[in-house]
Design a protein around this ligand. Structure first.
Ligand SMILES: [Zn+2]
Length: 271
């Protein structure tokens, strides 16, 4: 079916809470599943949500926005699971991420040795520069763009992603970023913007967004619908949608773990 389903399994930042765990997303574009930003516990939460009926055999592609552990640590868990003799898929496992992804996996291999070698599947690591992307089997696509977030020692840059279904509808994911011209351009007219909102205005942190900055972004880019994610506990505890409503009059939903958003919007959907 031609549509985008955006499952938010981790609506928090680096500090796990009951309702807001670190990054974990699964995006289905015209039925093709893409694991997005597998932070700590991401695979477990996907399985608990019923999104991995074939276990890791159901995962062929992973997108990583940047290399911070709260967005990438479950790559270790995934590769270790693929070393098990039980999974049966022979399809290549393709992981797309920013420059530095291969160096990170090499460091992990130094530590874990062959335990991270998939037993039956070729592992393909594809480093994307901003603007790089991929055509998807059903006629959709995903494209990366640059965002503004402090890099770690390995990363060349940090990415956001723009998903497009075969009908041209779009969902945009910010990754982690401060105010960013790349994000504003990517979000312009998007059907759905899933955007980080890490802290309240008074705790504004460089490289991240607060409600005032998200409001400013949305007022410029005018996405049809907005979902807020990457909420640290002080942000999760407040009414972020109301705070953004001071700057932007469109629909805004404050995500919790387990929220699924669809494009086009489905009748009866909570957000
Ligand atoms: Zn980060």
């Amino acid at each position: 079916m031609v549509m985008i389903r955006f499952h938010i399994l981790g609506a928090g930042g680096a500090l796990p809470t009951f309702s807001h765990n670190p990054a974990a997303y699964l995006v289905e574009v015209d039925g093709a599943p893409l694991v997005l930003d597998p932070g700590p516990g991401a695979l477990t939460r996907m399985a608990q949500a019923g999104l991995l009926p074939r276990g890791v055999d159901g995962i062929d592609r992973v997108l990583v926005s940047h290399l911070h552990p709260d967005h990438s640590l479950d790559l270790v868990a995934l590769l270790f699971a693929l070393h098990s003799p039980l999974p049966d898929s022979r399809a290549p496992m393709v992981i797309h991420g920013p420059g530095g992804l291969s160096a990170l996996v090499d460091r992990w291999r130094d530590i874990y040795g062959s335990w991270l070698e998939p037993r039956r599947r070729e592992l393909v690591l594809q480093e994307w520069r901003p603007g790089d992307g991929l055509d998807l089997p059903g006629g959709g696509a995903v494209e990366s763009f640059a965002v503004d977030h402090p890099q770690d020692r390995l990363a060349a840059h940090c990415l956001g992603f723009r998903f497009r279904d075969a009908a041209g509808r779009t969902a945009v994911y910010s990754g982690d970023t401060g105010p960013s011209a790349g994000l504003t351009a990517a979000a312009r007219g998007a059907d759905l913007l899933v955007v980080e909102c890490s802290t309240p205005d008074e705790l504004e942190t460089p490289g991240h967004l607060c409600p005032r900055e998200v409001g400013r972004l949305c007022a410029q880019a005018r996405p049809a619908r907005v979902a807020l994610t990457h909420q640290y506990p002080p942000a999760a505890a407040m009414d972020l949608a109301a705070a953004i409503g001071n700057h932007f009059d469109g629909p805004v939903v404050q995500a919790r773990d387990g929220l699924t958003l669809t494009v086009p919007h489905q009748n009866g959907e909570s957000a």
